[in-house]
Write a protein that binds this ligand. Sequence first.
Ligand SMILES: Cc1cn([C@H]2C[C@H](O)[C@@H](COP(=O)(O)OP(=O)(O)O[C@H]3O[C@@H](C)C(=O)[C@@H](O)[C@H]3O)O2)c(=O)[nH]c1=O
Length: 183
Amino acid sequence: MNIIKTSIPDLVIIEPKAFEDDRGYFMEAYKESWFQENFPHIKFVQDNESKSERGVLRGLHFQKPPYAQTKLVRVIQGEVLDVAVDLRKDSPTYGQHESIILSAENKKQFLVPKGFAHGFIVLSETAIFSYKVDNPYAPEHDAGVLWNDPAFNIDWKLDESEILLSKKDAIQPLLSEIEKELV
Ligand SMILES: Cc1cn([C@H]2C[C@H](O)[C@@H](COP(=O)(O)OP(=O)(O)O[C@H]3O[C@@H](C)C(=O)[C@@H](O)[C@H]3O)O2)c(=O)[nH]c1=O
């Protein structure tokens, strides 16, 4: 597995090694011993999976402390644009984001630390998204920020007319409205 740095500290891309042969491929998608060696402070406790149609945008989400989550995200089928926004108040890259194409084909994984808002948009006809989190779901600590907040200036790749949001995500607050609550 390769670890690739991004422009934001602690936000990294992980590239598993896939072995291809006549039958298809094999890869170790997650290996606890390797993860503990490289990221000893992270212990995953829950695996999540969602399926979405093209144009579905889920995000931008995070859980508030003490239930903040590190997420290890990947795509099993299809292709998405995945986005992580640094909302760590004391970070030199506060308010900045990184986006990356995750697909069944490229098999890349994105390790999104605590303190980031996370979201993705589906670029293929459908996509199955899979991720590990290191804190359990805690709906009372669920939080979000608006996907198209001009403060982030995220290029979501699809036209706004194609984008499908949940009722909750259509009315998430702006960063300026939640800034005071961030740690
Ligand atoms: C996230 C989550 C949701 N749920 C339930 C609550 C609700 O009834 C249903 C759908 O929830 P949501 O609308 O929040 O699902 P979704 O919009 O897919 O939320 C996810 O979005 C991506 C971008 C993330 O980063 C994730 O952490 C998570 O916030 O599933 C759980 O039971 N456990 C969970 O861990």
